[in-house]
Design a protein around this ligand. Sequence first.
Ligand code: PRP
Length: 298
Amino acid sequence: MSNEPLRIGVPSKGRLSELAAELLADAGLKYRRQDRDLFARVKAGGGLDGPIDVTFLRTDDIPVLCAEGAIDIGVTGSDLVEEAGVNKAVADRPAVVTRMPLSMGGCRLAVCVPDASPVVTPKDLAGDRIATSFPHVTRAYLNSHGVSCHIVELTGSVEVMIALGVADAIVDLVETGSTLAANKLRILDTIGSYETVLIQNPATKHGALCDQIARRIEGVIIARGYSLLEYNVPEESLAEAEKITPGFSSPTVNRLEEQGWCAVRAMVKRGEVIGVMERLEKLGARAILETAIKNCRL
Ligand code: PRP
């Protein structure tokens, strides 16, 4: 084991910075950032197999800094990984490894045109000006359609560029669609779907510690996606109830002292819990309880 600390790169500001801090804290990696410090040391102990520093970085720099080995692992967007091109190996640098999606920050990258635009297919964009913060992904997309456009590279506020007369179309992230609606734009085509991911430098000297952190984060992510449902059900309805709550691998079933009744415990996807409870109730289940799971190892 190296004495050098492992470095985790996390976004320095914005919503993703808060979400990353929460995720790491839930995974047992606690740290306090002083003012605008660039580094924070993770509190020692708690079973961690080595010292860890958290580095606060621009979200869009994290893919390149991970590829170059400045950080061992990082939290960033898969859109930024693709735009940086580090998900593919090049002659003097292997590809970064995407360890896992973090079930947050889901969005689409889309080609958008004004509501009133006559453009119908990507081919109709030929010769147009396209404003974007994703020039590489945009060029690859246009090439795949055999279309040549003038790309206006920007770092933000892309959605107003058509109104400013700088562009005919934009390629930008769409989450709820409210930015598009506010700017009277519509989606012409979706280039890809993206989310926040955990990435790792493939040549890290801290492989075992990276595995430990990734495993902890995975436990938190799975736990966040599920609830534990417990209920009592008549034996004759057990088979049907097990179909409704098959659990992560299988439900736990115990006989109750009361003749003809079983107690069942199963993990249920959080978004489906209420519907599942209603179906169980109709089946004759009683004492149906939902419990949030904070962490798990499956
Ligand atoms: C992103 C994107 C859009 C907006 C889309 O901007 O660039 O402007 O979110 O979200 P919506 O579909 O929910 O409206 P972000 O807030 O990340 O800031 P940015 O403009 O600095 O990229």
